[in-house]
Design a protein around this ligand. Structure first.
Ligand code: NAD
Ligand code: MG
Length: 393
């Protein structure tokens, strides 16, 4: 909708699920730089109430939700006197997702984002999806709900956002394959014995991207690329064997679409999540951002290599999960969430993460999935098995 006399569009209303995280804060940075373009109507967080209160006082949404109910009174106290509704727990997260906003940013980490993101999709609006774990666990359910509600899903994950920008959806059969790029993470050139001794601090220090703790560790194991392979399968009309992965340590080419005529289209940019987030916020237009712009001469060289599956088995484990149908990816994700959390708490060593995932995958045999409840049951069973294995270590 455009005001023809002034050519100024009304502000778009935004709901941020996971506003206190890395994706959430990057989104609010963009809003802060273009206040005339956006109106924040809901913010949600989990534990960082202090930041949630600060964000609420700055952006004055209608509703603020803290997922952890134990922190409700602290949030309520912090926002006393402000004309802002306050809620807690899953039901309130769903209330936030149900608000009539133009765009919902799905920036919660892990399967915790599944129900609120699905609720957002059911409203039929635009959902800017960062939370890859919900597609990994419930990809088909998501696609079915999108078809039913008419929602528009815009991928925010940089690789999928890149493919979204260059994929010719009207001539999908002219596409031969997709190439997801992977930085290789902080341990790209480490030996297995060095990795065995890697600390959470080292694993969280990504060379190119500043992100939340869980995805940073996933990048170090390269489980992140495995999850992204599954994410790509659900987002784009391609088969598993049409999705390739190449290591590209500079993170300048964010991913590529290979067409049957030999053309390869890619999206490039400096590694800054504000670019893909801004694409989703402005879609179908584009907006200016304060990101540093790509200077190829300064970058100098772009390099590529094949992933080393001996040191980074997580990619092939994920590929096999995808080949195995809807159940294995749920187990993969649950075991990985538990193992990454244990590693971050120094309870296990770095190489144990993928080992635990493999063990849980071998031990859980779940029946058919017919509903979201089945997805949660499978997730819980895999988490319990992961914790059991952990307690025996
Ligand atoms: P983060 O840890 O920085 O933030 C996670 C957000 O989720 C926080 O707001 C937190 O409060 C909220 N949250 C955590 N547990 C919750 C729960 N149980 N209930 C409700 N809310 C909860 O994570 P992030 O790096 O911003 O990543 C968010 C998602 O985006 C992940 O799925 C990640 O894979 C994806 N992603 C992130 C980046 C990035 O640059 N950070 C890039 C691509 C994709
Ligand atoms: Mg990514």
């Amino acid at each position: 909708m455009t005001n023809s006399s002034t050519n100024i569009s009304p502000p778009k209303s935004l709901t941020l699920l996971g506003s206190t995280g890395s994706i959430g804060q990057n989104t609010l940075n963009l809003v802060r730089d273009s206040p005339e373009k956006f109106e924040v109507i809901a913010l949600t967080g989990n534990k960082n109430v202090k930041l949630l209160i600060e964000q609420a006082r700055e952006f004055l949404p209608k509703l603020v939700v803290v997922a952890d109910a134990a922190l409700y009174s602290e949030l309520k106290r912090g926002l006393s006197g402000a004309d802002i509704q306050v809620g807690c727990g899953l039901a309130a997260l769903n209330d936030a997702a149900e608000l009539n906003s133009d765009i919902v940013i799905a920036g919660i980490v892990g399967i915790a984002g599944l129900t609120p993101t699905l609720t957002a999709i059911k409203q039929g609006g635009i959902v800017a999806l960062a939370n890859k774990e919900c597609l990994v666990c419930a990809g088909q359910l998501f696609i079915d709900e999108i078809v039913k509600s008419g929602a528009t899903l815009i991928p925010v994950d940089s690789e999928h956002n890149a493919i979204f920008q260059v994929f010719d959806f009207e001539k999908a059969n002219s596409v031969e394959s997709l190439t997801l790029t992977a930085s290789g993470g902080p341990f790209l050139n480490m030996s297995l014995s060095e990795m065995a001794a890697a600390t959470p601090m080292q694993a969280k220090s990504h060379p190119n991207w500043k992100m939340g703790a869980k995805i940073s560790v996933d990048s170090a194991t390269m489980m992140n690329k495995g999850l992204e392979l599954i994410e790509a399968y659900y987002l784009f009309p391609v088969e598993e064997e049409q999705i390739n992965i190449v290591i590209h340590p500079q993170s300048v080419i964010h991913s590529l679409v290979n067409y049957k005529d030999g053309s390869v289209l890619a999206q490039l940019g400096t590694p800054d999540m504000r670019t893909p987030i801004s694409y989703a916020l402005a879609w179908p237009e584009r907006m200016e951002t304060n990101t540093s712009k790509l200077d190829l001469a300064k970058v100098g060289n772009l390099s590529f290599q094949t992933p080393d599956h001996r040191r980074f088995p997580a990619i092939n484990i994920s590929r096999n999960c995808l080949k195995g149908g809807a159940v294995p990816p749920i187990i993969l994700n649950a075991a990985n969430e538990i193992a990454v959390d244990a590693f971050l708490k120094n309870r296990i060593r770095f190489l144990d993460i993928v080992r635990i995932v493999e063990e849980v995958l071998a031990k859980i045999h779940f029946g058919n999935l017919n509903s979201i409840e089945d997805i949660y049951s499978c997730d819980i069973e895999a988490r319990e098995k992961s914790l059991e294995i952990l307690s025996g270590l």
